[in-house]
Design a protein. Structure first.
Length: 327
């Protein structure tokens, strides 16, 4: 019987248990996939702690890659034996095998390994919608400055490379000099250690006092106010995560006082609402990875049974690049 990581109540890493869970046949619109590799993401922590609530007991994990074993009625884009990868709701990728909706599962090109597929789908598709779809009102052109927080993480290192390929001047922030160097090595134009430098002052210095057109922020509470102060008039604050806790409540009048700013809170799965939209985004990601312009860096590998250790490392900001679990 396939093993699955499950929680029965919200809390710390110790709540995750490896259990035997039967996996049946796929119903209409579903597939059964046997995982070769599984992605680890901060959203998994949010779901484990209950910041993002789901019915309990809950099987965790939003990203994986493997072989399609069976398909249900109505599934035409996949067949048994296909190599496949996905970022998907509902959770459940922390498993040896699962039945899941086929809509967000994509065939994985032969040139991309299972480990890379599992590491890149959620993070790479996130970078795709941020840089291609989450744009300031004046758009982004080659040479424009953008600010990207937590740039040495999985999404960040993909975004550094992709932004460079698009001709953007990405200003990275990270929590150590080593992580700043990692961002620079992956295409960031500038890097700021927010633990030792005032990132607002540095951004203003780098941009000649103008500020950036857009801030991409998955940190939340700790960077919120500073991020608003980094924006030029009509700039966009694009929040897509809460690694330090939820962003604070604010009065809309602040946006006017700081330069008629825009604020958006994005989620990946809004962008992946149809199979066609998902496939188009995935094709864009696959193309930029196959071209070599974006390389997927996997810095940590854990056995599925050691998932608690992986969560501890992730929450302690002890990881760089992508982390995968191996069933």
């Amino acid at each position: 019987m396939p093993k699955t990581v499950q929680i029965r109540q919200y809390g710390g890493p110790e709540q995750m248990q490896l259990v035997d869970l039967p996996v049946g046949e796929p119903g209409p619109g579903e597939i059964r996939i046997r995982h070769h590799a599984i992605g680890l993401n901060f959203i998994d922590v949010y779901q484990r702690t209950g910041l993002y609530q789901n019915p309990l007991p809950l099987s965790l994990g939003m990203e994986g890659a493997g072989i399609v074993e069976a398909v249900g009625d109505g599934v035409t884009h996949l067949k048994p034996g296909d190599r496949a990868a996905y970022a998907s709701n509902p959770p459940g990728s922390y498993s040896e095998a699962r039945v899941m909706p086929a809509r967000t599962v994509c065939r994985l090109p032969d040139a991309i390994s299972f480990e890379t597929g599992a590491a890149m789908m959620l993070k790479g598709l996130t970078a795709q919608y941020l840089l291609k779809k989450t744009l300031p009102v004046e758009g982004l052109q080659a040479g424009d400055h953008v600010l990207f927080h937590a740039a040495a993480g999985g999404v960040g290192l993909i975004a550094c490379q992709w932004a460079k390929a698009l001709g953007l001047q990405l200003i990275a922030t990270a929590g150590s000099d080593a992580k700043c160097q990692l961002a620079l090595d992956h295409g960031a134009a500038h890097a700021i250690n927010y633990r030792s430098e005032d990132f607002v002052a540095r951004v203003k210095d780098i941009t000649g006092g103008r500020g950036v057109k857009v801030v991409y922020d998955s940190v939340g509470k700790d960077t919120w106010e500073g991020s608003l102060d980094c924006l030029r008039p009509f700039g966009l604050m694009a929040s897509f995560g809460n690694a330090s806790g939820p962003a604070p409540a604010f009065a809309p009048g602040i946006l006017g006082a700081k330069g008629s700013l825009y604020v958006t809170r994005q989620t990946l799965f809004t962008h992946m609402s149809t199979r066609e939209a998902t496939q188009k985004m995935a094709d864009d990601l696959f193309a930029v990875v196959e071209s070599g312009a974006v390389k997927i860096r996997i810095d940590q590998r854990f056995a599925l049974a050691d998932v608690a250790q992986a969560h501890v490392a992730l929450e302690a900001r002890g990881t760089t690049g992508c982390t995968i679990l191996l069933p």
